[in-house]
Design a protein around this ligand. Structure first.
Ligand code: NAP
Length: 246
């Protein structure tokens, strides 16, 4: 159980982040539901958590913005005193073949997916060191492990997250802080529903278990990594992808 723990989940207004927020709250954590543009949906997540007897608050910030993310962290710490669990889930895609990819689309994806996680970890690192404990979970992707045509920016950001995870895991291990990455395969969310039926069919053919995953599949693994049952696990990349990487 996560009773007494405070968790920050970035990009928690919908999809995988929302399911992670609901799952951590259901297990007793007070959850900061971070969002960027989806205010109403973030507030709906908070209401859903409260209706189930949990504690939550929505907080806006663009995680790619160093100062804005620092301000959100300060607000969280002044109100809740400590953060025990950080889940870096916020992410975007801007797919294109490398020869057509614009500099803007490359930078936007790296800024949100990789620098966003750096910003949050950087601003919360003092908190975790003082706590002498805590859990950081970074949501990477199968694309960051295997690569994916049309996703050079996204794959680079998600592979970068794995390097970030391992380095921070080594830095914070002596303070008993565990830092792990979760690499989902293809999960049915708004991010993947934009893919054509033909692409979705091809994807399913690549998945040994033969189907896309659900946000719940990812949230259950994050719950495990956020709780005490994973206290001796750090610096790992855990795959939740129906067997794509094995
Ligand atoms: P999604 O439905 O598109 O949701 C992404 C969330 O990220 C949105 O709620 C969005 O917030 C938030 N976000 C984007 N940019 C942000 C920023 N700058 N600051 C704060 N929040 C920001 O995506 P999803 O499928 O749930 O994916 C969640 C994570 O899992 C992502 O990191 C993604 O790369 C990863 N992942 C997904 C899959 C998949 O198949 N779906 C597979 C592997 C990895 P607003 O709506 O408030 O703007």
């Amino acid at each position: 159980m996560l009773t007494g723990k405070t968790a920050v989940v970035t990009g928690a207004a919908r999809g995988i982040g929302k399911e992670i927020a609901l799952t951590l709250a259901k297990n007793g954590a007070t959850v900061i539901v971070n969002y960027n543009g989806s205010k109403e949906r973030a507030e709906a997540v908070v209401l859903e958590i409260k209706a189930a007897g949990g504690e939550a608050e929505a907080m806006q910030c663009n995680v790619a913005d160093f100062e804005a993310s620092e301000k959100m962290v300060q607000d969280v710490l002044s109100k809740y005193k400590k953060v025990d669990i950080l889940v870096n889930n916020a992410g975007i895609t801007k797919d294109n073949l490398i020869m057509r990819m614009t500099e803007e689309d490359y930078d936007a994806v790296l800024d949100t997916n990789l620098k966003g996680a750096f910003n949050m970890i950087r601003h919360l690192s003092r908190n975790f060191i003082k706590l002498r404990g805590g859990k950081i979970v970074n949501i990477s992707s199968v694309s960051g492990v295997m690569g994916n045509a049309g996703q050079s920016n996204y794959s680079a950001s998600k592979a970068g997250l794995i390097g970030l995870t391992k380095s921070v895991a080594r830095e914070l291990a002596s303070r008993n802080v565990c830092v792990n990455a979760v690499a989902p395969g293809f999960i049915a969310t708004e991010m993947t529903e934009v893919l054509s039926e033909e692409v979705q069919k091809k994807i399913k053919e690549m998945i040994p278990l033969g189907k896309m995953g659900s946000p719940k599949d990812v949230a259950e693994l994050v719950l495990f990594l956020a709780g005490s049952r994973s206290d001796y696990i750090t610096g790992q990349v855990m795959h939740v992808d129906g067997g794509m990487v094995m």
